[in-house]
Design a protein around this ligand. Structure first.
Ligand SMILES: Cc1ncc(COP(=O)(O)O)c(C=O)c1O
Length: 442
């Protein structure tokens, strides 16, 4: 009997779920069968308010017509075409449209299929750039504690989450880490950027003194650390990092997989903070999360270094079969059209004050030890249950799902990042769900 026949329909065992407590999930599955705008629908027909834009990606909301139509028509016209030594018009059009909205100077785009691939692409570009410049001794990569840069080997090496690193043996060598910027003793319940902690960027000078600048290729940070609980950079911190990188000829890479495409109320976090990186990593919102895609933006100075040598030779030995896949590009164009028509890349700025007020109204609710926010993203940190870390937040997540709201938890932190089409009423509804589940689990 083939394997196919042994498995009963909807048997849950074959799918090994990512970043999931598989056995627990399969005892009491939480399933979505459809989605529209701000809501999911569950298998039992309940509507669930999306408080997390899927997985920080569905910035324009669900099943938006411009995007679904673009995908359908592209699939019937040109389903796949290689981008290795071949091309198709839509990938060039999409790259141009992306460069139009990117921070000034980030003029070239390299396509990938995910945030993790974008990260590894950016790290490779940084090292290869220095080498192409004749500076081949610059190979070190500096990440940051509590950084999340996806799950590929480059990304977990520069990332700073112990559970994502400790199982996987030898990671990249030549990596060091800046300290994280989470200072609850000084900054708890800050609205927007914290006052304290800019000096933590000076640690880069210590790392430079230890390794010598001539060995360091790049520093990679998330402008706002998302997956480890929405850690907003202290005032002046990113400006300091930029200045120290410039002083020592080190490239600055921003991982904007979460912050890109309007999350902070500006197109990119680089715009919000007024700090432009040399390389900017994106994914998720580039296609509204609908088709897997990532895009790495680089300055001309980096791109152009590669463009020498004989014309017939490949300049950068890197790329993916699906880099610039036509259907992903169509989804991306439909996404950019939707963002533009509805002003979504700046809508977060209009809602930020309401979001902040609503979120901080949770201060004083059971077990809340910190609240953080910026743009249209925020986190509520809970006191862990002694001996059972993560359980309190996870219970709140399950109860919220049962009540009709999708949250995301990381450790004992509840993170929220609704689609940018959210209304003020839906923000209040989301926060009321959180309030209720905190009271229920008190
Ligand atoms: C900042 C950051 N970088 C990289 C990634 C990895 O993206 P992906 O899951 O698409 O590989 C994520 C995913 O959440 C992220 O938040």
């Amino acid at each position: 009997m083939s394997n196919r026949l042994k498995v009963t329909p909807n048997d849950l065992s074959a799918f090994w779920m990512p970043f999931t407590a598989n056995r627990q999930f399969k005892q009491a599955p939480r399933m979505f069968v459809s989605a529209k705008d701000m809501h999911y629908t569950t298998t039992d027909g309940r509507k669930v308010l999306d408080g997390t834009a899927g997985l920080w990606c569905v910035n324009a909301g669900h099943c938006r017509p411009k995007i679904t139509e673009a995908i359908a028509s592209q699939a019937g016209e040109l389903d796949f075409a290689p981008t290795f030594q071949m091309g198709h018009p839509i990938v060039f059009e999409f790259a141009n449209r992306l460069v139009d909205i990117a921070p000034a100077g980030l003029n070239h785009v390299f396509f990938t299929n995910s945030g993790s691939e974008s990260v590894d692409t950016a790290l490779k570009m940084a090292i290869a750039y220095h080498r192409a410049k004749g500076d081949g001794s610059r190979f070190r990569l500096i990440g940051r504690e509590r950084g999340y840069h996806g799950v590929n080997f480059g990304g977990i090496s520069v990332g700073g989450i112990v559970n994502n690193r400790k199982l996987f043996g030898t990671l990249l060598t030549g990596v060091d880490h800046l300290p994280h910027t989470h200072l609850p003793a000084k900054n708890a319940f800050t609205r927007g950027q914290p006052e304290h902690g800019a000096e933590l960027a000076d640690d880069l000078e210590r790392i430079v003194a230890l390794h010598d600048a001539s060995t360091i290729a790049a520093v990679i940070v998330e402008p706002v650390a998302g997956s480890t609980g929405v850690l907003v950079p202290p005032k002046g911190y990113l400006q300091k990092l930029r200045a120290i990188c410039d002083k020592h000829g080190i490239l600055l890479i921003f991982d904007e997989v979460i912050t890109g495409f309007g999350r902070l109320g500006t197109p990119f976090a680089a715009d919000y903070f007024g700090v432009t990186p040399d390389i900017m990593i994106t994914a998720k919102g580039v296609t509204n999360g609908v088709i897997p895609m990532g895009a790495v933006f680089v300055k001309s100075a980096i791109h152009d270094i590669f463009m020498n040598g004989p014309d017939h030779l490949i300049e950068f030995f890197h790329g993916y079969t699906y880099s610039g896949n036509p259907i992903a590009c169509a989804a991306g164009l439909g996404t950019l059209d939707t963002y533009k028509e509805e002003g979504l890349l700046t809508r977060g700025a209009e809602l930020a004050a309401h979001w902040e007020e609503a979120l901080h109204s949770l201060k004083g609710e059971p077990h809340v030890i910190d609240i953080r926010n910026i743009g249209l993203v925020g986190a509520v940190e809970l006191e862990p249950i002694p001996g059972s870390p993560t359980k309190r937040a996870f219970t709140a997540f399950v109860k919220a799902f049962e009540r009709g709201a999708l949250l995301r938890t990381t450790g004992d932190i509840i993170a929220m990042s609704p689609p940018l089409i959210v209304t003020k009423g839906q923000i209040d509804e989301l926060i009321d769900h959180v309030r209720e589940v905190l009271r229920m689990t008190a």
